[in-house]
Ligand binder design. Sequence first.
Ligand code: ASP
Length: 341
Amino acid sequence: MQRPRILIIYTGGTIGMIHDVGSGTLVPFTLEAMLRRLPAIPELELNLSSVSLRKVIDSSNMSPMVWQELTAIISDNYHHYDGFVILHGSDTMAYTASALSFMLSGLAKPVILTGSQLPIGLVRTDARENIITSLMLAAMQKDGRPMINEVCIYFEDRLFRGNRTHKSNAENFDAFRSANYPVLADAGVHLKVHEEHLLSVPSAPFQTRPELENNIAVLPLYPGIDLIPYSEMFQSRGLRGLVLETFGAGNGPEDNGFLRSLRHIVDNGAVVVNVSQCRGGKVQMEKYATGRQLLDAGVISGSDMTVEAAITKLMHALAYSDSKATCEHFVKHSQRGEMTD
Ligand code: ASP
């Protein structure tokens, strides 16, 4: 049997950083130097290749342009590999995983992002296990084809649907959570893939959707918020989308000034998506009067989407919709398993 072919895409992040003696900070180093720290790789019996971004980065410097570069790398290599493992900083990994899930349409192969909390050169690093297990998961096959057909994050013993995750801890090795969707695989003594939670093989052929509209904003509500300065700023910038982070089940203050400003934003053509500040549970705007008024003002429900998924989905939807109605329809429904419909 042919060995599974996996492409490692190195973007930077703590996983491949070393201490720069001059500045005393952590800076990215090369992929080759990093892979030398993984002597067990040949034992995996994979056909491995690797490629780096043009410029490796701390993932806090992530941008839509880099997502487009990643999408192009995957697209150029799609038919030559059985799976892809992206080495990425943990800070914005959930954003990248969410963005790629929308940008890679008809994906029928695994794209697994992983990283680490400690650099690979340190004795206690979590990088080795994260990389090795990600490679093994990306190589898993069933009936002669890849078992996983989606963009995932593997971190500290668990495989998650990428667009369901958020970084929840800057200290612990288990840095990610998926509050509203079950884990896709557990890595203990055995690698247990929970097939019932995986996306099924898409019927449409693979194609990339690289355009993104980044004229959007994110606004977390707080008691006492004055929306007027925001709505003026949004109008002057011709804002096309807004992710509103609301309270509880999608609620906001019953304040006339607040509602007037919100209507103003909606009437100016922006698509406004409601996601909750609570990471678990979902938006139900019909439940309370404080939610219903947002619905009446033209806000649409983001259901149980993460903020990361809502932002990247909105960027994607705005770039590919010819009207506000089509954009809202796209955002309100699950496209890649990112929300409960
Ligand atoms: N700042 C780093 C990054 O996101 C943190 C990490 O990799 O965990 O690139």
